[in-house]
Design a protein around this ligand. Structure first.
Ligand SMILES: Cc1ncc(COP(=O)(O)O)c(C=O)c1O
Length: 505
């Protein structure tokens, strides 16, 4: 087979295709799930079924128009029948059954209605946690410590032992940033108590109580929509427009060439350039009298375009933080939960020590952040709100973690992700100019499409073929399947993608 391809053409594209094919062949038997037919697999439909000429269908449209009386519905894709949805398949209110490779914006670890989660919710003793949502910071339930230990703490990033739950991704980043600023000021203040001036000036947003600190973030980063996390977000205009934002330093995130292994030298230079810019920005803001207390970065930029950087880049950032006294926060809201092949994507970077904060949400079912001991607030009510999370989510998370471990779902993510990436690389060779930059870590895969309009067409056509996808960046397609995604699902996806690309060529 090798000779056939190589003798036909010596073009690099064919070679890449052939290499991808070889890898595909070698990973495909391994990509079988550890238990091929788990109880969850048995319940799942075998393939997408589309029953309306287009999606959204008539019932979805009618519901959108009714909802439209009370709120803007431009972002509504279709209405879902959550009771009928199962595993990797989402069922809409018109009866269309779609293979879901976006999973509620990357937030369903085990797809829909996983039997293990359904069973947990049917237990009478767990019902009380759902019915009586506590003000967790003040009135935690009797089993809360055990719940935390069995869920979030059992998968804590290496080196981090403190955790605070929160409601959503944005407030996880927001409060991680608060914890960093408090620690930074504690370091400056030393053992002296707060002055009266500090205590009074903070109430009216003035210095010294509200210090002139800044926080470094990266171009194309997405960290949320509350005012603090939004200040770190540099995504689409509709996320940012009309909201006041502080003038904090923004450094470029490396724009690498893919496949990474082929462009190591150029990519290294690009990363070096960005690291130098980070240093410059930190110096500049210190000179302005607004020292940088910390930086926030995604291990793979999600919404901003699924942009990757190498372990060396992240190690370089950590070195800069160590040299300049900055605290480092990884925003793992989108990358956490096992889909990268490790529980936390930053674990792929071989950092010299743990980051100071790791923010999470989405597939972890609860928002929150892990943090270094040094960041622990010294008084109550400093990191606080009414709910500060929801213990009923931890009941479910405990079951998710058990399933991940027992079914080998992180190994599955590695193998299925590689299989999917190789399939995408083959399509890239088959449709040059239309598809480019196939990239991925675990099942966090993406490709760029020719332009934004073609991408919009592609997403619509794929949905009408029964495959629900997400987008990222200017023209990227973002794949965010559940941890139950298997080789057979990849085959369905690639087959329909190939047909669609052929139409768009
Ligand atoms: C990396 C990252 N951080 C933060 C957020 C914000 O999370 P949420 O939408 O739950 O507030 C998102 C949301 O997509 C995200 O992808």
């Amino acid at each position: 087979m090798a000779q056939v391809f190589l003798s036909r053409s010596r073009k690099p594209a064919n070679l890449i295709w052939y290499q991808a094919w070889l890898r595909w062949q070698s990973t495909s038997p391994l990509a079988q799930p550890v238990h091929d037919v788990s109880p969850a697999d048995r319940l799942e439909p075998r393939a997408p079924v589309v029953v309306t000429p287009e999606i959204p269908g008539p019932r979805s449209k009618e519901l959108a128009s009714r909802l439209g009386q009370y709120q803007n519905t431009d972002a509504v894709h279709f209405f879902v029948d959550y009771e009928r949805s199962q595993g990797n398949y989402v069922v809409d209110v018109d009866g269309n059954c779609l293979l879901d490779i976006f999973t509620q914006i990357a937030s369903l670890p085990l797809g829909y209605n996983h039997p293990r989660l359904v069973k947990a919710m049917q237990k009478p003793e767990n019902l009380a946690t759902v019915i009586n949502r506590p003000a967790l910071g003040s009135y935690p339930p009797v089993d809360y410590v055990e719940r935390l230990q069995n869920s979030l703490l059992s998968v804590a990033p290496p080196g981090l032992h403190q955790v605070q739950t929160m409601g959503c991704g944005s407030c996880s980043v927001e409060n991680g940033m608060k914890a960093i600023n408090m620690a930074y000021q504690r370091r400056i203040r030393g053992p002296r108590p707060y002055s009266d001036e500090e205590l009074q000036s903070c109430i009216v947003n003035r210095s010294p109580g509200s210090p002139k600190l800044s926080f470094l973030s990266f171009a194309n980063g997405f960290h949320g929509r509350t005012m603090g996390s939004l200040a770190l977000t540099h995504a689409k205009w509709y996320v940012k427009l009309d909201f006041p934002a502080p003038d904090w330093p923004i450094a470029e995130f490396p724009q690498l060439r893919y496949p990474l292994e082929e462009f190591t030298q150029e990519n290294q230079q690009e990363e070096q350039r960005c690291l130098e810019q980070v240093r410059d920005r930190i110096e500049q803001w210190a000179k302005r009298g607004e020292p940088v207390s910390g930086m926030c970065i995604e291990p793979i930029q999600g919404d901003g375009g699924d942009n990757h950087a190498s372990p060396a880049f992240f190690q370089g950032l950590q070195d800069i933080c160590d040299e300049t006294g900055l605290y480092m926060m990884f925003d793992e809201v989108q990358t956490g939960g096992g889909v990268s092949g490790k529980y936390w994507a930053h674990e792929h970077f071989n950092l010299r020590h743990a980051p100071h904060v790791v923010a999470f949400s989405k597939r972890m079912l609860s928002g929150g952040f892990y943090f270094a001991d040094e960041l622990r607030p010294t008084e109550g009510y400093r990191i606080f709100n009414t709910w500060t999370g929801d213990p009923s989510r931890l009941v479910l998370l405990e079951q998710v973690i058990k399933e991940v471990k027992e079914e080998g779902l992180m190994a599955n993510a590695t193998l299925v992700g590689r299989y999917m990436l190789d399939g995408l690389r083959m399509l890239q060779c088959e449709f040059p100019g239309l598809v480019r930059n196939a990239r991925g870590l675990g099942t966090l895969c993406a490709v760029d499409i020719r332009d934004a309009n073609t991408r919009a067409d592609l997403l619509r056509k794929m949905r009408n073929r029964g495959v629900n996808l997400g987008m990222c960046g200017v023209s990227g397609i973002r794949l965010r399947p559940s941890l139950l995604f298997k080789r057979r699902h990849v085959d369905i996806f690639l087959d329909r993608l190939r047909t669609t690309l052929a139409e768009l060529k």
